[in-house]
Design a protein around this ligand. Structure first.
Ligand code: GLN
Length: 401
């Protein structure tokens, strides 16, 4: 009997040779395998509002199930325009300046593909969300990474971060195509100020540098603070793509829906790529969100809702040897673990997170994963978008350290 013929699968040069599976997926899989409490990947473990589900169901039953317009349905874009005008004082024309995307990450990739040509320089500020760099590389762009300044106490522990304006001034020049800005900031939880927007405007004033402003945590700012969107800064708005996410705001990360607002000339280029990238985004969810968005109370109540979780979690952590970094925004709490009186406190961040997941039963994300060159600062990120019971069980385990 002759053996079956085997056919070789051709090999080819990887477009992303250094990229593996994202840290969020890896840590969620590890958490599931070890039945750990997953405070790693950022997503809520509680249900979204039933009314939102009802409105999406009604849209399906009303036969809104075929392709919507490529740019998104008018009611949803109109609602976003009204909301942005109300919150940030900038009028985006819903017809020519707002596009519905399949989540924030697609908005980021499509923005980059639409304006970055091979060889173009793109400045990112690390620690940076892990999709920025590969998205730039796929476009053939060159990543210029600048690190946030870590503010340290006398014992060398990180207590806060600020933006390295001097380093940025060196990195941004006439040929810089794009700078990626992110506020509230993932993973540090920092919220950048109006003065930061002024510095940013000054930095790019005499350049043709565009801004991608990742603002998916726009409604998660605490202690009465304000989110300063680049949309609220006319000079920056004129050169910015503003990215937001319904998944974050409405507790529906699995629906993968968000939007990008940008001046008409930028949006026109964005849409050229968008139409061949996803073409358009799931119709009934757009209808459901459009009617839900008209009630502002949900996003207006979101700061108080998450602040209660943040305070509960921080209060529990204050009974441990973890050193808490400030969390003015996002649903992430960073902690320095180097002062824990256990041998594992000497592990690097990735190994510490693996150990914490497998041995203690609480998953977290190493902040080093947000840097290209391993940068160890002994800081890990917990997500507190969880039910009190989940946070409480996690805290009991962390308090045993
Ligand atoms: N944005 C989420 C986080 O930072 C995760 C998104 C993802 O898993 N790709 O945790």
């Amino acid at each position: 009997m002759s053996s079956p013929e085997t056919f070789a699968t051709p090999t080819f040069p990887s477009r992303l040779p250094h990229v593996g599976t994202t840290v969020f997926t890896v840590m969620s899989a590890l958490a599931n395998k070890h039945q750990a409490i997953n405070l790693g990947q950022g997503f809520p473990d509680f249900a979204c509002d039933r009314n939102l589900i009802t409105q999406v169901n009604e849209a399906m039953l009303a036969d809104h199930n075929q392709y919507p317009p490529m740019i998104g349905i008018a009611n949803l874009r109109n609602g976003i325009a009204e909301k942005m005008k109300h919150l940030y004082g900038h009028h985006y024309d819903p017809e020519s300046e707002i596009t519905i995307t399949a989540g924030g990450t697609q908005g980021i990739l499509t923005t980059i593909l639409s304006c970055v040509s091979p060889g173009d320089e793109v400045v990112i500020i690390e620690p940076a969300y892990d999709s920025y760099r590969p998205s730039i590389e796929l476009a053939g762009g060159k990543v210029i990474a600048v690190s946030l300044n870590a503010v340290r106490n006398e014992e060398g522990q990180v207590t806060s971060y600020n933006i390295p304006w001097d380093a940025l001034a060196k990195a941004v020049h006439a040929k810089t195509r794009l700078l990626i800005f992110n506020t509230p900031h993932n993973p540090t939880g920092m919220v950048w100020q109006k003065s930061d927007l002024d510095r940013l405007a000054q930095l790019v004033r005499n350049t043709s540098t565009l801004i991608l402003s990742d603002e998916v945590y726009e409604h998660m700012v605490y202690d009465g603070a304000t989110h300063h969107s680049v949309a609220s800064h006319p000079e920056l708005a004129a050169r910015s793509f503003v990215i937001s996410s319904f998944g974050k705001t409405y507790h529906v990360t699995g629906w993968k829906i968000g939007y990008v607002a940008a001046p008409a000339s930028l949006t026109a280029e964005f849409r050229k790529v968008h139409q061949f990238n996803v073409f358009t985004v799931n119709t009934p969810v757009q209808y459901g969100l459009a009617s839900y968005l008209s009630d502002a109370s949900h996003y207006l109540n979101l700061p108080a809702f998450y602040q209660a979780k943040r305070d509960f979690f921080r209060n529990g952590l204050s009974k441990t040897q973890f050193k808490l970094l400030p969390t003015p925004g996002t649903y992430f709490q960073c902690v320095d673990y180097t002062a824990l009186g256990i041998p594992e406190a000497k592990l690097n961040e990735a190994d510490f997170c693996k150990w914490l997941t497998t041995e203690i039963g609480v998953a977290a994300i190493p902040v080093s994963a947000f840097y290209e060159q391993a940068t160890e600062s002994g800081v890990i990120r917990f997500c507190f978008a969880k039910q009190e019971q989940t946070l409480s069980t996690a805290l009991q385990r962390l308090q045993s350290l």
